[in-house]
Design a protein around this ligand. Structure first.
Ligand SMILES: Cc1cc2nc3c(=O)[nH]c(=O)nc-3n(C[C@H](O)[C@H](O)[C@H](O)COP(=O)(O)OP(=O)(O)OC[C@H]3O[C@@H](n4cnc5c(N)ncnc54)[C@H](O)[C@@H]3O)c2cc1C
Length: 321
């Protein structure tokens, strides 16, 4: 286990997901960027001490890319791939080509070890390996410290027994028929520059349906606290916080959220924060540059009505982003 660690970053038309720097940092600054206009994508990276290889390739084709990458990656013993939608697609193909095990959804990885979380997200698994592996790393997880060994979480030794033995001689990819734009309310939270999140103060699933509608109208992503996702008002992938996703928005609107430390741990450096709450002294209101003491479900209702009637200009909400 001393050949080396490298990150593989999928690139689409000069852009990589803005969380890929974490995978590169986890790989000690060594990375292969693969896709179209990789040098342009490299110019946007912020990770210092980079040792980068830019591999120009046809538009996203995980099977063909993994064949192309094989000769580069065989020289390594740890390949780290961000668990973005493209990364999650590419990683199993690469693992298959290399005949290496794949460990998915790590929060921390290094030579010989990886820690992952499984649903419910409090369940942590510790992997130990003394053979080459491919690992995907969760966006926003860098900096989280796993529980120490012996803290009660299962430990798994990765062996050769689960590795596939047949090889594909040529890659076969799905045929892309059309690319549809996503619904803004369902935007990837980790990439969203505008987020409208709701908490227990919204009080019902109906209110969260309005929240998603409002987010969609404003080109924002909808988020929630754990109380709200546990109540089934929004899906668990929308949960922001220490056991949810970490977000880095330009603006963050919090409706009926108290601002518990576990929630705020997932909200990193927003430029602007507005909060609507009945309690003027809760942490979320203290954090907000625009704290509004009033009933959050009513505000939500009114904003959706105003947008439906085109009386509220979205220009202000869209500016400077
Ligand atoms: C190990 C662990 C991990 C956790 N992980 C997370 C996590 O990842 N994310 C997360 O969010 N939480 C997490 N939590 C839970 C966290 O501690 C809080 O319980 C949760 O964030 C509170 O959610 P909330 O703000 O929606 O609810 P509450 O704390 O109940 O706050 C509701 C707020 O709504 C306001 N309100 C009530 N009615 C109205 C109204 N009509 N109009 C306006 N405001 C109103 C209240 O004044 C209050 O401020 C975790 C907890 C633990 C122990």
């Amino acid at each position: 286990m001393d050949k080396g660690t490298i990150a593989v970053i999928p690139v689409r038309k000069g852009f990589a997901d803005n969380t890929v720097s974490e995978a590169i940092a986890e790989a000690g600054g060594r990375a292969i960027l693969i896709g179209e206009e990789t040098e342009r994508a490299a110019s946007f990276l912020e990770t210092p001490s980079l040792q980068l290889l830019c591999l120009e390739a046809v538009a996203f084709s995980p099977a063909r890319w993994s064949l192309l990458l094989r000769s580069y990656l065989e020289e390594q013993d740890l390949v780290i791939i961000p668990a973005t939608p493209d990364g999650r697609d590419l990683a199993p193909r690469i693992a298959y080509e290399l005949k290496w095990p794949l460990i998915t959804g790590a929060i921390k990885v290094g030579p010989g070890y990886a820690y992952t979380v499984r649903h419910p997200r409090e369940t942590m698994l510790e992997y130990r390996f003394d053979r080459p592996v491919v690992v995907t790393i969760l966006p926003g997880a860098r900096g989280l410290e796993p529980l120490p060994s012996g803290a009660g979480h299962p430990s798994i030794t990765v062996s050769d027994s689960t590795i596939a033995t047949e090889s594909s001689e040529e890659g076969s990819d799905a045929l892309v028929l059309d690319i549809l734009s996503s619904t803004p309310g369902e935007l990837n939270l980790t990439e969203a520059e505008k987020i409208i999140a709701g908490g227990a103060g919204l009080g019902s699933k109906d209110a969260f349906e309005l929240l998603e509608l409002l987010a969609a109208r404003l080109g924002a992503a909808a988020g929630a606290t754990r109380v709200a996702t546990d109540a089934g008002w929004l899906s668990h992938d929308r949960q922001i916080g220490s056991t949810g996703v970490t977000v880095r928005p330009y603006w963050y609107v919090a409706l009926g959220i108290s601002g518990a430390s576990q929630h705020l741990a997932g909200v990193v450096d927003p430029e602007h924060v507005a909060a609507v709450n009945l309690d003027p002294s809760c942490p979320m209101m203290a954090l907000a540059e625009l704290p509004i003491v009033t009933d959050a479900p009513k505000v939500l209702d009114e904003m959706v009505k105003m947008l439906s009637a085109n009386r509220l200009s979205t220009e202000f909400m869209n500016q400077q982003v």
